[in-house]
Design a protein around this ligand. Sequence first.
Ligand code: 5GP
Ligand code: ZN
Length: 110
Amino acid sequence: MNDCIFCKINQGIIPSEKLYEDDMFFVIRDINPKAKLHYLAIPKNHYKLFSQMTENDQANLGKIIKKISEIAPSLGLSNGYRLIVNQGEDAVQTVFHLHIHILGGERLPV
Ligand code: 5GP
Ligand code: ZN
């Protein structure tokens, strides 16, 4: 966990502009955007996979997804967006702290 880049961003050890933050999660811009707008919604609690979620993590994730829908307009995503969560090797997950990619700002490829 000490080496986790998203935990370090959460703690302010690595500076990053938080576009939204509450007690459950925060939103930052992806450093290597794959769409015109590409954000990461990052739960504050460290876990890598859905399979590792506690009951509290599960409850929070539902609230986080609802909150993303509420803040979407302020992120320039009024016309829709795509959520992606990479899980494990075959998905080429590169940061082992669960995060939700939020893509939009343009018509995305099908
Ligand atoms: P994954 O491949 O694990 O689903 O996604 C990790 C994402 O985190 C990648 O899209 C990558 O560009 C992004 N990323 C990695 N390091 C940093 C960082 O230090 N800051 C930000 N804002 N994004 C990062
Ligand atoms: Zn972490």
